[in-house]
Design a protein around this ligand. Structure first.
Ligand code: TYM
Length: 339
C-alpha cells in the first residue's frame, strides 16, 4: 500500500497572485486541475501570503488575487464542486507554517534552488519569508492532509521538502501516518513550458521581455504575434522526437502545441514532419488563439463583478477552514499546546 492510500484522496494546489498568469501556469498546472475535479475532491488556493515574500503593492495584490481567481474559474475550476479561496483568509496556513518552521532544518531550506534564483546575488536583502516559503507551502497542503498536488516541474523540489516535513513531524511527534506524504502530480507535455525567447529558460512571470511569454489575458493579435516572433532555429521540423535533441526552441513549441491540443508530442511531430517553422507557427498561433481567447473573455466577464468573486473566495475560505480545523486541533494536541 502506498502512503497516500492510507489517507482519503484530496487534491490541493495553488498559484501566486503576482502579475498575470501565463501559458506555463495554464498548461503546467491549471489545465490538470480542471480534469482532476472529475476524479477527486479538490481545493484550489490563491496563495496571496506567498506573494508578499517579494516586494508587493497592496492594490496590485488585491487586483491580482481577483484576477487569478477569475482565471481559475474561466479555465473550468467549478467553485461549487471544488473549494476555491485565498490563503490569507484561513489562519491555519500561517499557524501550521510556524510549527513547520520548527520542524524543517536550515540545511533543507539551504538547498532550495528557487530561493537561490529569486534571491539572486542580493541574498542578505531577501525577506526571511522568501527563505521559509517552502515551509508555508508544506503547510498549505498538509493543513488539509491533501494527498495529491498537481503542479509544474519547477515545484518538484518544494514538494519533496513537504514530504520530508510531513515525515519528520510524524516521527518527532510519534504520530505515524498523521500527515500523508503528498504526491506530486506532474503530467503531460506542458509541465515545463519554456520562454519563447530562449528555449533553455522557463517561461516566467518575472522575465523582463513580455515576448518571452503568452499571458492568459493577451488578445488574439498579441498571441499570434508572440508565436510568430518566437525564437527558432533555421531547420525544418524533424520527423521524430529524437530529432528535437539539441533544439530546445523547437521542442518547446511542439510541447506547447501538444499540450494545447491534448495530443502527444509524437502525434504533433508526425503531423508536421519536415514542415517549415513558418507553417507550424501559423498553426500554433491559430490553436493558441482558439484555446486562450475564450478564457480571456470569460475572465473579463467575471472581473466585471468583483463582489461576486469576493463572495466565492469567502465561501471557499469557510469550507476550507472547516476541513483544516480538526487537523489543527490534533496538531496542537500532538505538539503539546494547551487549550
Ligand atoms: P507559481 O505561482 O510560480 O506557479 C503556479 C503553477 O504554475 C506552474 N508553472 C509552470 N508550469 C509549466 N511551465 C512553466 N513555465 C511554469 N511556470 C509555473 C508551477 O509549477 C505551479 O504549479 N509555490 C507555488 C505556489 C504554491 C503551491 C502551494 C503549489 C504555494 N503553495 C501548495 C502547490 C501546493 C508557486 O510559486 O507557483
Amino acid at each position: 500500500m502506498t502512503d497516500t492510500a492510507k489517507h482519503t484522496p484530496l487534491v490541493f494546489s495553488g498559484m501566486q497572485p503576482t502579475n498575470t498568469l501565463h501559458l506555463g501556469n495554464y498548461l503546467g498546472a491549471l489545465k490538470n486541475w480542471v480534469k482532476l475535479q472529475e476524479r477527486m475532491p479538490c481545493i484550489y488556493c490563491v496563495v496571496d501570503m506567498h506573494a508578499i515574500t517579494v516586494e508587493s503593492d497592496s492594490k496590485a495584490l488585491a487586483q491580482a488575487t481577483r484576477e487569478v481567481t477569475a482565471a481559475y474559474i474561466a479555465a473550468g475550476v467549478d467553485p461549487k464542486r471544488s473549494i476555491l479561496f485565498n490563503q490569507s483568509q484561513v489562519a491555519a496556513h500561517a499557524e501550521l507554517a510556524w510549527v513547520f518552521n520548527c520542524v524543517a532544518r536550515l540545511g533543507w531550506l539551504n538547498r532550495m534552488t528557487q530561493f537561490k534564483d529569486k534571491a539572486g546575488k542580493n541574498r542578505e536583502n531577501a525577506s526571511v519569508g522568501l527563505f521559509v516559503y517552502p515551509n508555508l507551502m508544506a503547510a498549505d497542503i498538509l493543513a488539509y492532509r491533501a494527498t495529491h498536488v498537481p503542479v509544474g516541474e519547477d515545484q518538484k523540489q518544494h514538494l519533496e521538502l513537504a514530504r520530508d516535513i510531513a515525515q519528520k513531524f510524524n516521527n518527532d511527534f510519534n504520530a505515524p501516518d498523521f500527515f500523508p506524504l503528498p504526491e506530486p502530480f506532474i503530467v503531460g507535455p506542458g509541465t515545463r513550458v519554456m520562454s519563447l525567447r530562449d528555449g533553455t529558460k522557463k517561461m516566467s512571470k518575472s522575465d523582463e521581455s513580455d515576448y518571452s511569454r503568452i499571458n492568459l489575458t493577451d488578445d488574439a493579435d498579441t498571441i499570434a504575434q508572440k508565436v510568430r516572433k518566437a525564437r527558432t532555429d533555421p531547420n525544418p521540423l524533424p520527423d521524430t522526437l529524437e530529432g528535437l535533441a539539441g533544439r530546445p526552441e523547437a521542442e518547446n513549441l511542439i510541447n506547447i502545441y501538444a499540450a494545447l491540443a491534448d495530443h502527444t508530442p509524437e502525434t504533433v511531430i508526425g503531423e508536421y514532419a519536415g514542415a517549415q517553422f513558418s507553417v507550424f507557427k501559423n498553426a500554433l498561433a491559430d490553436l493558441a488563439v482558439a484555446k486562450l481567447t475564450p478564457l480571456a473573455q470569460e475572465m473579463r466577464t467575471l472581473l466585471s463583478d468583483p463582489a461576486e468573486i469576493d463572495r466565492i473566495l469567502k465561501n471557499g475560505a469557510e469550507r476550507a477552514s472547516a476541513i483544516a480545523a480538526p487537523v489543527m486541533a490534533e496538531v496542537r494536541r500532538l505538539v503539546g499546546f494547551v487549550g
